[in-house]
Design a protein around this ligand. Structure first.
Ligand code: HEC
Length: 153
């Protein structure tokens, strides 16, 4: 109650562990506090479409690396980025729906890369350059495996 007028505020957002890799809408809306009052006229803030590139293609890889890449990905990446191409990204993007340039240069991101300040770990000393090549193979291989229109034989 402020000056005799009653307000009701609710905090709205999307988060938690589940919200890292998945989302419920095709909009990207930051966490917001909405305040309601009888007779209130303010418009709700606009939301933007969730940014998502086309399903990843064109990253060269050796199919023999996919199985080991899967193990490395599951042990190091899946709990933040979700399953490539299957999940569609949450508060953290799905790696099959970011630009192919990022995946082509994955080592530059995994080893003390530009996203460290946003919460992307630095894997220096934990993964090798060969591990990253295998992870690339798993990400592109999985995108290719689920691509619509692919024949199932
Ligand atoms: C603790 C959570 C976490 C883990 C584990 C993690 N990342 Fe990230 N990663 C992030 C965050 C946070 C960002 C920045 C996202 C943003 O806001 O764009 C990011 C960004 C990225 C990006 C840039 C994508 C983009 O468009 O933002 C790539 C590529 C990436 N990570 C690859 C990996 C790989 C490969 C692994 C496993 C070796 C990994 N990450 C493990 C949290 C994580």
């Amino acid at each position: 109650m402020v000056d005799g007028k009653q307000y009701v505020s609710i905090a709205v957002g999307w988060g938690g562990v589940f919200g890292l890799s998945t989302r419920a809408t095709d909009r990207k809306a930051p966490g917001t506090v909405y305040t309601f009052a009888i007779g209130g006229k303010a418009k709700a803030p606009a939301s933007a479409p969730y940014p998502m590139a086309e399903l990843l293609q064109g990253v060269k890889y050796d199919p023999a690396h996919v199985a080991e890449g899967q193990k490395l990905y599951v042990n190091n990446c899946v709990f933040c980025h979700g399953v490539p191409a299957v999940d569609k990204g949450g508060n953290i993007p799905n790696l099959a729906y970011v630009g192919s340039g990022l995946i082509q240069n994955l080592d530059k991101i995994v080893f003390n890369g530009p996203y460290v300040g946003q919460g992307m770990p630095d894997f220096t000393g934990k993964l090798t350059a060969e591990d990253v090549i295998k992870i690339q193979a798993f990400i592109q291989g999985t995108a290719d495996a689920v691509r619509p229109g692919k024949s199932v034989d």
